[in-house]
Design a protein. Structure first.
Length: 147
């Protein structure tokens, strides 16, 4: 069983969010197929994602999706996300959690949208959260995630 422990201070006005480090890249299948054709991919870069129990699905910044050349599976569609109807891309990717023993999800459906938030570049939605047991301990300011 994998585990992650995340510091969280809901009373911190500058950053009251429970965030976890993630690495989002194309799925291994896509990389293997494209690699055979001579395509190269950027080195994976770690980003912060907020645990969002109100988000139906996992969302990453559209800018981030473009920077890592994340494969888009179809045209943009309007979705209810980030508090309103937003044009979103849908991607097939892979998400891992560096510095933890949580398992890698590959492939996984990811949604990209335009949003600007200084503390994180993605939201971990119920589509992934439902696979975990999460304990929010306000007194110790710690979130424990187990898969």
């Amino acid at each position: 069983m994998g585990q992650a422990k995340v510091r969280w201070d809901p009373l911190n006005r500058e950053n009251p969010f429970a965030c976890i480090d993630v690495i989002v890249v194309n799925s291994d299948v896509y990389i293997d197929q494209q690699g055979e054709l001579g395509f190269e991919f950027r080195k994976p870069v770690k980003m912060k994602a907020m645990l969002d129990t109100g988000a139906s699905f996992t969302v990453i910044s559209r800018t981030w999706a473009r920077n890592c050349s994340l494969f888009q599976t179809g045209p943009d569609t309007k979705r209810k996300v980030l508090g309103g109807a937003v044009s979103c891309g849908e991607h097939a990717g892979s998400i891992s959690f560096p510095g933890t023993t949580l398992k890698l999800y590959d492939p996984v459906k990811l949604v990209s949208a335009d949003f600007v938030e200084p503390n994180f570049s993605g939201l971990i939605g119920i589509d992934l959260i439902r696979r975990w047991r999460i304990t929010f301990d306000g007194e110790s300011k710690l979130v424990t995630i187990e898969d």
